[in-house]
Design a protein around this ligand. Structure first.
Ligand code: HZT
Ligand code: MN
Ligand code: MN
Length: 420
């Protein structure tokens, strides 16, 4: 096992390379020129271009089926320290009993790292958000084999974990294009890219923020620092409110100047991280990003998505705009009376179970004119809607997020890569 005790500037094993050249354009907080357009100056011959790096199933790159560990981090609170070698031995034994489970989580994380490395050098002003979503989701489908004939009868075994969030500026979360959306990414935009991969229901939830204009650099730095602070603070028996307090203090220590106006970075106080359970993006615990008095503790073996949001706005989000994200309510079992709703619910159960999905995923399954049925399922409580979450118009929000595992002896930042 690799073991990095130092937390502030951890060493990260590079993602193993596929064959062939890869671009390494800086994207996160980068300074890409406004006129750096994709595809300029290309001669358009009628020849079909051969793809240099076709994406294959992840198993191809790991014939042994053993996936790389994430970044290890020591628990830094006294009560997490194993005081005797016997205790340490028992911890390792308990952890070894779940080796296959951890390996599945790491497989999803490895796919997440490869998918995002694949999209990061392609993101340019002028792109349609719907094309960005397609790049991310099609790469996830390829790596997970979601479209393999063998796997088609079991669509929930591995694949997309939840819809690709591509939320711009004052929109903090839960925007993904619905069909026909013509939104174009602009040089001035601040975009949160939040996507998920699942292997046997084990969801990797991780996100970063893209900005081309360097004036947002301090906003992004504040939120990245706040998220890593949350990760450092996390641990078995740690109170959720204490994590929120630490995150808030770091976030608020930053200022950012945008178009000549200076802002103290605020946390979006009603957004939070969460634990993750099999096929459930929210396992029931919420990790605040401000001190909120929640004395609930983290527990051994839990998975958490540690995410923070910083803003130049009010620091409070509301639901606004057309909904794209939905998920089957895991604990509502009432059967719809409407025939169309019954049919749609079967499509949802068969293809997503309790995993979040979006309207585009229903479209590609061949569902048509399903909105009335979908809305009726939401009204009955069988399906939960997750509309976009927005701060005040004109504000800018940023996000960083990692999935972590609370092993008995150490925590593992499983989604940590060489990019963020
Ligand atoms: C809901 C629907 C999705 C969970 C957090 C999140 C993206 O805001 C308890 C705490 C995907 C995820 C979620 F389609 N949400 N992480 N990444 N969104 S949440 C939440 O609803 S519930 C936070
Ligand atoms: Mn997320
Ligand atoms: Mn999350």
């Amino acid at each position: 096992m690799s073991d990095t005790a130092e937390v502030s500037v951890p060493e990260v094993a590079a993602v193993p390379e596929e064959k062939g050249p890869i671009d390494t354009g800086a994207v996160v907080g980068g300074n890409a020129a406004p006129d750096a357009q994709a595809g300029s100056g290309k001669k358009s011959k009628n020849k079909k271009k051969k793809k240099k790096n076709p994406i294959k199933k992840i198993e191809t790159y790991y014939p042994e089926g053993v996936y790389p560990e994430g970044e290890w981090m020591d628990y830094d609170n006294d009560f997490n320290l194993a005081r005797t070698t016997d205790e340490e031995k028992r911890y390792l034994q308990r952890d070894a009993e779940r080796t296959d489970h951890w390996n599945e989580v790491r497989k999803g994380a490895e796919i997440h790292k490869r998918v995002r490395r694949n999209v990061q050098n392609k993101l340019k002003p002028g792109m349609l958000l719907s094309d960005i979503a397609d790049i991310i989701e099609n790469a996830t489908r390829k790596y997970t084999g979601a479209e393999d004939l063998k796997q088609m009868d079991d669509p929930k075994s591995q694949g997309i974990g939840f819809p690709t969030g591509l939320s711009l500026n004052h929109v903090a979360a839960h925007f993904t294009p619905n069909s026909g959306d013509k939104t174009v990414l602009k040089y001035e935009d601040v975009m949160k890219v939040d996507f998920g991969v699942q292997v046997n229901g084990n969801i990797i939830d991780s996100a970063w923020t893209v900005a081309f204009d360097p004036q947002y650099d301090n906003l992004l730095a504040a939120v990245k620092d706040a998220t890593y602070t949350g990760i450092k603070e996390a641990g078995i028996d740690v109170r959720l409110t204490d994590i929120g307090e630490a995150i808030q203090e770091v976030m608020e220590s930053y200022e950012v100047e945008i178009n000549g106006e200076t802002f103290q970075v605020k946390p979006c106080r009603n957004l939070c991280g969460h634990n993750i359970a099999p096929y459930r993006i929210h396992g029931g615990k919420s990790v605040p990003i401000v001190k909120n008095g929640d004395n609930t503790k983290m527990e051994e073996g839990e998975h958490f998505a540690i995410e923070t949001f910083g803003t130049t706005g009010r620091g409070y989000v509301v639901q606004e705009g057309e909904c794209s994200h939905y998920a089957r309510n895991a604990d509502t079992h009432t059967s719809p009376s409407l025939t169309s709703a019954k049919k749609l619910l079967k499509t949802i159960d068969d293809n997503f179970g309790t995993l979040p999905f979006c309207r585009r995923y229903l479209d590609r399954l061949g569902e048509e004119k399903y909105l009335f049925a979908l809305n009726s399922l939401v009204k009955q409580g069988a399906v939960q809607d997750y509309p976009p979450l927005v701060d005040v118009r004109g504000s800018y929000t940023a996000q960083f997020e990692h999935t972590i595992l609370l092993h008995p002896h150490k925590k593992e930042i499983v989604s940590r890569g060489d990019d963020y």
